[in-house]
Design a protein around this ligand. Structure first.
Ligand code: ZN
Length: 157
């Protein structure tokens, strides 16, 4: 079933995705993923979709469990192998095809840029951060204080 839903060979599907399928926390084909929201064309244009690669795609025809609204066919793009991304939908309204844009994320991150001491402090709460960090001029290490996700950017590029 996995091969029908994602465009990557199974051995390249991120481990978190396989785990979420088992637990139905994020990957549930007839439901919208967590923190699903419609965004504007401008927000989509400014999204990570155009900055980073997407690791895999998924096709869904979800129902929003909160509003009971049938969303229709959507194509999800996961950014950088993370449990978050953007989605596109083609809808026929007012006599023409149009696009709708969405974003989703397992966590709505609260990023904090950290130094070495800050990283060590957060590693007590999130053990996966142990040993993380690249330090030096132009190195920016950020950690989500809610889920412990780590993001590195080099501003010298
Ligand atoms: Zn987070």
């Amino acid at each position: 079933m996995l091969d029908k839903l994602v465009t990557l060979p199974e051995n390249e599907v991120p481990e978190w995705y396989k785990k979420e399928i088992d637990t139905n926390k994020l990957v549930q084909y007839n439901a919208v993923p967590p923190n699903w929201k419609q965004i504007t064309e401008e927000e989509f244009a400014a999204s990570k979709f155009f900055v980073y690669g997407f690791s895999h795609t998924e096709y869904r025809q979800p129902i929003d469990r909160k509003t009971k609204e049938y969303i229709g066919s959507v194509k999800l793009f996961y950014i950088c192998g993370r449990p978050e991304g953007v989605a596109l939908q083609s809808v026929y309204e007012n006599g023409k095809y149009q696009l709708k844009y969405y974003s989703f994320a397992k966590c709505v991150h609260t990023w904090r840029e950290v130094n070495r001491a800050g990283m060590e402090e957060l590693a007590k709460q999130f053990p996966k951060l142990q040993g993380q960090g690249t330090w030096g001029n132009c190195c920016h290490n950020s950690v989500c204080t809610k889920c412990g996700d780590y993001w590195f950017t080099d501003s010298s590029d």
